[in-house]
Design a protein around this ligand. Structure first.
Ligand code: PRE
Length: 288
C-alpha cells in the first residue's frame, strides 16, 4: 500500500505514518495539499497529515484544504509526542546563528526558547521540520539552524545544539489518516485510545441561540464533545462553520439523532469521519 505523508524524511508526520502502518511504501510530499491531492488522484491510498498541536492549536492548512478543496474521509488518527531540538550542521565552523528555519508550528512551539537564547535571530518558515533540517544539511556555509526532531538530526547528519527546546511539556500533535476507502490493515503496534466522530456544522444566518441549541442536541444525549473549533466559511466576514469532535464511533441511534435534530434547526451537517484514534508512546517515537 502507498502511504503519503508530509515530507521529506524525518518529519513528525513520517513518525505518525510509521506508527500507524508497519509496512507499505512511504511516499513523502512537499506540502499538506499535495499529499491530500495524491489520495484524490489515487497516487497513494492514504495520506497522513497533521491536524492539531497541543501548544499551537489546529493546523489550519489541513482543516481548510479538507473542507474547501479535498473532502476525503478521515479514517484514523494518531497523537505523537513532540520534542523539538535545535539542529546545526557539524561542518559549520562559526558560533553565531544568523537564521533559524522550521515549520511555523515548530517555531511557535519554541517562542520562549527563541526569545531567551536568540532574541535577535531571524526566522524563516519552511514546509516542514524535515525540510528545514535538509536545508541546513545542504548549506554548511550558512550560519543557520533548524528546529526539528532527533530522527531528522540522524537522517541529515546534524548535531543537536540544544535539546528539548519546546516551551511546554506534554507537547503533542494529532495527525489524521485520509483515504477514500476504509482500511483494516492499520494500526499494528499502535496503542488504541478511543473512537471519535468528526462533524462539520454550518449555522443558519441570523438565528440567535443557534449554537446553543446545536450543543444541547449533543448534551442531552450525553455525547461527550472532545473539541469544537470555528473556521471561516470563506464566503464573507463573520461567516463561520464549526468542526465538532465527538467521543465515540458512529452508531445507529445517538449520532444520527443529533444529525436530524441539528438539521431540523436549519443547520447544515456533514460527517467528516468516524474513526479509531491511537497514541504513540515517547519511547516508540524515539525508536523510529
Ligand atoms: O514539520 C513537521 O515535521 C510536521 O510533521 C508538521 C508539524 C505540524 O504541522 O504541526 C507536525 C508536528 C509538529 O507540531 C510540527 C510540525
Amino acid at each position: 500500500m502507498k502511504i503519503g505523508f508530509l515530507g521529506p524524511k524525518g518529519t513528525f508526520t513520517e513518525m505518525a505514518a510509521r506508527g500507524l502502518f508497519e509496512k507499505g511504501d512511504f511516499l513523502p510530499f512537499r506540502t499538506i495539499p499535495s499529499c491530500m491531492d495524491a489520495v484524490a488522484t489515487e497516487e497513494v491510498q492514504v495520506a497522513v497529515v497533521p491536524i492539531e498541536n497541543a501548544i499551537e492549536g489546529s493546523v489550519n492548512m489541513t482543516l481548510d484544504y479538507l473542507i474547501h478543496k479535498q473532502r476525503l474521509p478521515i479514517i484514523g488518527g494518531i497523537t505523537v509526542p513532540i520534542e523539538q531540538h535545535l539542529l546545526m550542521n557539524p561542518d559549520y565552523q562559526g558560533s553565531k546563528i544568523d537564521k533559524i528555519v522550521s515549520h511555523p508550528h515548530a517555531i511557535a512551539q519554541c517562542h520562549e526558547f527563541l526569545q531567551n537564547y536568540y532574541p535577535d535571530t531571524e526566522w524563516e518558515y519552511m514546509n516542514s521540520t524535515g525540510a528545514a533540517a535538509e536545508y541546513v544539511k545542504n548549506h554548511p556555509e550558512l550560519a543557520i539552524a533548524a528546529i526539528a526532531n532527533e530522527r531528522a538530526a540522524q537522517e541529515y547528519g546534524l548535531k543537536m545544539a540544544h535539546t528539548n527546546i519546546h516551551d511546554f511539556e506534554n507537547n503533542g500533535t494529532s495527525f489524521v489518516v485520509l483515504s477514500k476507502e476504509p482500511l483494516n490493515v492499520l494500526y499494528e503496534g499502535a496503542n488504541f485510545m478511543e473512537d471519535k466522530t468528526t462533524l462539520m456544522v454550518t449555522l443558519p444566518s441570523d438565528y440567535s441561540g443557534a449554537l446553543h441549541q446545536v450543543l444541547s442536541a449533543f448534551a442531552w444525549r450525553k455525547l461527550n464533545l472532545k473539541k469544537i473549533e470555528s473556521r471561516p466559511t470563506k464566503t464573507g466576514l463573520g461567516n463561520y462553520f464549526f468542526i465538532i469532535d465527538v467521543e465515540g464511533a458512529m452508531d445507529d441511534v445517538l449520532i444520527p439523532g443529533v444529525v436530524s435534530e441539528v438539521e431540523a434547526l436549519g443547520c447544515g451537517v456533514e460527517i467528516l469521519g468516524s474513526y479509531p484514534c491511537y497514541t504513540m508512546a515517547k519511547n516508540k517515537a524515539k525508536s523510529f
